[in-house]
Design a binder for this molecule. Structure first.
Ligand code: HEC
Length: 114
């Protein structure tokens, strides 16, 4: 008895999940897909381990990104090539557009400071 109840519940849950997924899918139209990459998410995944979620951690000798004097072009170049302990991100963040989004996000830290 208990087992049958469990099975039915599981099936119902699976059915509900299936429906939710298809509802979400319908919202992924062309506009959503062509949206700008999520710089904040890319930053948290690739940079926060050394620079901290707010740019100030400075692990492994990383710089405080709130105080960087580096401009956009130089930062893009640094992301591609890496420097010292900081690895190059050309493969990890493969498109120029994504790297731009990360740089834009990093430069927002400085604006917060002022
Ligand atoms: C493995 C640790 C590590 C990771 C991961 C890392 N960095 Fe760094 N970062 C460093 C270190 C170390 C330096 C200092 C390099 C030097 O000058 O020798 C640095 C320097 C920088 C600088 C230069 C700051 C300045 O004023 O000179 C920027 C900008 C920067 N990182 C951005 C990023 C971004 C954006 C990411 C993610 C895509 C990232 N870093 C990921 C360690 C890291």
């Amino acid at each position: 008895m208990g087992v049958r109840f469990f099975t039915i519940t599981t099936l119902l849950l699976a059915a509900c999940r299936g429906e939710t997924a298809s509802t979400i899918d319908e919202h992924y139209d062309a506009d959503t897909i062509s949206e700008k990459p999520d710089g904040a998410l890319l930053y948290q995944n690739n940079c926060a381990s050394c620079h901290g979620s707010d740019g100030t951690l400075g692990a492994s000798g990383a710089r405080n990104l709130r105080e960087t004097q580096m401009g956009k072009e130089k930062m893009l170049d640094l992301l591609e090539k890496g420097k010292g302990v900081m690895p190059p991100f050309k493969d990890l963040i493969p498109t120029e557009e994504e790297r731009q989004a990360v740089v834009d996000y990093v430069l927002e830290f400085k604006e917060d400071e002022e």
